[in-house]
Structures are given as structure tokens and as C-alpha cells.
Design a protein around this ligand. Structure first.
Ligand SMILES: O=C(COP(=O)(O)O)[C@H](O)[C@H](O)COP(=O)(O)O
Ligand SMILES: [Mg+2]
Length: 422
């Protein structure tokens, strides 16, 4: 029978075309299955094939992917496999459709014991079909007018949820006046009865204005608009109307399609998106299976977030995957697409700042919750301690020298040292 079979998706002499999307998968074939047999099934199921041989006939455009490279298996029986996808397989600007191909049914195929999408090389035609970020690291100049070579600083009030609107805004005020640039909602604070969205927006921005008057610095607020897409758009409109420069979105739990829609509405208002990645570890924590944080970051850059959590280079409370490499990718040239500002967050405190910035550089956002509000002298002192640490770093001072000039930092270092919390 003339038609397509698994073998048609394997060609180890194929050299990817510049217009191909090239994916690297880490694959452990199922017992009794060769790497070639597993790789050809992955290429087939993720493009236009299925389990049965298919007749094609006339009126058919071949959108088949090609498994073109299979590395030798390692001790665990896993191989890196390169798969090239033709440009025409993908609908321009539709991330949901792209992921239904390259990270879709194949994640559950019995032909593999495990499969992890590790990396993608995105072709120009597909990249430029997405909006990409509006600001990226330009938030530093365009929102804050920041000239100093220091990271921007954010804080999330703790406890995560339960603070009244008034108390939440007051904590924000204390942190702003103490020296942070951004108040941030926690990922699970949206519009609950103890702290409704609109009240929180209005009360926080009023105190933000007071903090700006008092400090002479620009301050802003990452208000969490996470919800169904229609509600998110309403919340984006409200944030813009009230004079907020940002919104925050839980980009994994809301989904790529929603992020694309929110990004367009944010452009209408000229406001930026802070992307919280809660739930990313369900995709990326297992080293053998799922989708790497590197690929999630690529996807979110194309979808157009301006700031994205990428971990703490191993220093904080949460597991990290290659923070430095992912940050480099987010800044790399990608057919003119704007960069994304990395956010280091999760168990950070002032004593970790020097080691963190040695690893990540200063073109980042440093976010601390417990590391500010857990300061023995309170939120304002905690914020001053974090600010003193980054200002000291920017001035070329060691942590010890920075602490000599800042009593608040000295207290924080006395309490937490330079230890990573767990
Ligand atoms: O609430 C926090 C940090 O609080 P704290 O500073 O008290 O630890 C954030 O949700 C984490 O940064 C998420 O992790 P990641 O940034 O790795 O996605
Ligand atoms: Mg949080």
C-alpha cells in the first residue's frame, strides 16, 4: 500500500531547513523498542501520523516531522533525539496549537517509558508570528527610570493570603518606603472576600502615591489578575484605569492562550505583564519526563510576558533548573523579539543577594517575601536591608561592607547569615 508509516518519519541523513522548528527530546524507549522505532513514532504522532499505516493520495500536503538525530543511549537508557517540524505544520501566532504538536499526545505514548521536551530552536517565521514582550528589561528605564546598575526589587506580603485589604496595602507601603520598587500579590491572592481585587487595587495605589511622594522614586504594583480570560481582561482594564503600570498573571495555571489574549489587552493600555510560574514544576521538575523550564520560558517569551520567574540559581527554597542558562536565552537575540526580565524569587533574603547577583548579573528583578517581612524589625527594615544589599553590590562592596553601612542589613545578616532556607 502506498502511504505513510512510522519509517517515513525517520531520516538520519536529514539536515533541518532554516524554516523548520527543531525540538530536542530526551527519550527512554519502551522495553523492546529501539531508539529509532521510538523516535519515529514521536515524530509521527507529534505531526501528522498515527499508529496505523495511512493512505495519502491526492489533495494532501505532507506535514510530517523528521527524527533526524539520535544520540547514543546513556547509562539510564535515554537518548537525545532531534526532531524537525516543517513550518507549514504550525498556525502562525497560535501557541496552543504549537504545543498540541510538540508537547501533545507524545507525552503519553506507550512507545516511550519517558519523554522530556528539553529545548527548541524557533525559526524566524514562527517567532515573528507572535507578539513577544512589549517592554522586557526596558521596564527598568520606561517604568522606573532606573539609572543605577542594580536589580529592581519586589516583595510579596506574607502570609500569602488572609491579610485584609487595608493591612495588605499598608505592608506594601512599608516595603515601598523601605526601598523596594514593586509590591507583588502572591500567586493565590486574586479576588477573595477578605481582600477584594478592586478595593486592593485602589487602596494600594493610593499608598503607592504616598510612597512615591515620600521617597522621590517611582513605585509600582504587580496586582494579580489571574482568573478566567474574560475576567482577566476586565481586571487588566481596571488596573490600567486606576493608573497601574503592571498586572501579574499566573501564566501556567491560566494557560498560553489566555496569556496571549491578556498581552494584547495590555498593549492597548501600555502596561506590562509580570509572569508568575506557579505549577511549572508539574511540567519540568522530573528530569526524565515533561517539558523543561527552558522551553516554558521560550513559550512565554513568544506569548509576550515582560518579567518571568526563572529561579534563584540554586540559592532559594525551591528546586531550580538552570536559572543562568534560561536567563541567557531570554536575553538572546531572537529575530528582534524583545527580551524578558528574569525574576529571582523563592526563599531569598538579603544575605543571599551577593551570591545571587554574582550568578545572574544585575539585569534582573529580585523578589523576597519572607526575607523582608520576617526581618526582626519588620517590613520597612526588611526592605531597607534588601535595598542596602543590592545598592552595596552595585557599588562594588562586599556583603560585610554593605552591612557595616546599614543597621537593617546587619540585623538581617545576623539573623539569616548567608544560608539557603529549606
Ligand atoms: O511567594 C513566593 C516567594 O516567597 P518567599 O520570598 O517568601 O520565598 C513565590 O511564589 C515564589 O518565588 C515562586 O517560586 P519561583 O519564583 O521559583 O517560581
Ligand atoms: Mg508566591
Amino acid at each position: 500500500m502506498a502511504g505513510i508509516t512510522y519509517e517515513d518519519f525517520l531520516d538520519l541523513s536529514y539536515e533541518p531547513d532554516a524554516s523548520d522548528l527543531v525540538c530536542t527530546f530526551r527519550i527512554a524507549p519502551a522495553e523492546g523498542m529501539s531508539a529509532e522505532a521510538a523516535a519515529s513514532r514521536v515524530a509521527s504522532e507529534s505531526s501528522n501520523g498515527t499508529w496505523a499505516a495511512l493512505p495519502t493520495g491526492a489533495d494532501f500536503t505532507d506535514m510530517g516531522a523528521t527524527a533526524f538525530a539520535i544520540d547514543d543511549a546513556d547509562a539510564a537508557g535515554e537518548s537525545d533525539v532531534g526532531v524537525a517540524y516543517p513550518a507549514g505544520l504550525f498556525e502562525p501566532g497560535n501557541m496552543a496549537q504549537v504545543l498540541s504538536c510538540i508537547a501533545g499526545n507524545i507525552m503519553g505514548m506507550k512507545a516511550v517509558d519517558s519523554i522530556r521536551l528539553e529545548d527548541c530552536e524557533w525559526p524566524e517565521e514562527l517567532v515573528t508570528s507572535f507578539a513577544g514582550p512589549q517592554f522586557g528589561s526596558r521596564v527598568r528605564d520606561e517604568i522606573f527610570g532606573l539609572e543605577a546598575d542594580r536589580p529592581i526589587l519586589a516583595t510579596v506580603p506574607k502570609p500569602k493570603v488572609g491579610l485584609s485589604t487595608k493591612r495588605h496595602a499598608e505592608v506594601g507601603y512599608e516595603a515601598w518606603v523601605g526601598g523596594v520598587d514593586l509590591l507583588k500579590d502572591d500567586e493565590n491572592l486574586t479576588d477573595q472576600s477578605f481582600n477584594p481585587y478592586h478595593d486592593r487595587l485602589v487602596e494600594s495605589l493610593a499608598l503607592r502615591d504616598d510612597a512615591e511622594d515620600e521617597t522621590g522614586e517611582t513605585k509600582s504594583y504587580l496586582i494579580n489578575v489571574t482568573a478566567d480570560t474574560n475576567t482577566m481582561l476586565e481586571r487588566v482594564d481596571l488596573a490600567a484605569e486606576e493608573g497601574c503600570e503592571y498586572v501579574m498573571v499566573d501564566v501556567i495555571t491560566t494557560g498560553w492562550a489566555a496569556v496571549q489574549t491578556v498581552r494584547d489587552r495590555c498593549e492597548d493600555h501600555g502596561i506590562a505583564i509580570h509572569a508568575h510560574r506557579a505549577m511549572h514544576a508539574a511540567f519540568d521538575r522530573l528530569p526524565h519526563h515533561g517539558v523543561s523550564m527552558r522551553v516554558l520560558a521560550q513559550v512565554l517569551r513568544l506569548c509576550g510576558v515582560d518579567q518571568l520567574h526563572t529561579g534563584t540559581a540554586g540559592l532559594g527554597k525551591l528546586a531550580n533548573e538552570d536559572t543562568v542558562g534560561i536567563n541567557e536565552w531570554m536575553r538572546s537575540d531572537l529575530y528582534g523579539l524583545t527580551d524578558v526580565l528574569p525574576v529571582a524569587s523563592g526563599g531569598l533574603h538579603p544575605g543571599l543577594v551577593h551570591d545571587l547577583l554574582d550568578a545572574t548579573g544585575t539585569n534582573v528583578c529580585v523578589q523576597a517575601g519572607g526575607g523582608i517581612h520576617g526581618h526582626p524589625d519588620g517590613t520597612r527594615a526588611g526592605a531597607a536591608a534588601l535595598r542596602a544589599a543590592v545598592d552595596g553590590y552595585a557599588a562594588g562592596k562586599s556583603l560585610e561592607e554593605s552591612a557595616e553601612a546599614s543597621p537593617e542589613l546587619a540585623v538581617a545578616v545576623e539573623k539569616w547569615g548567608t544560608e539557603t532556607p529549606r
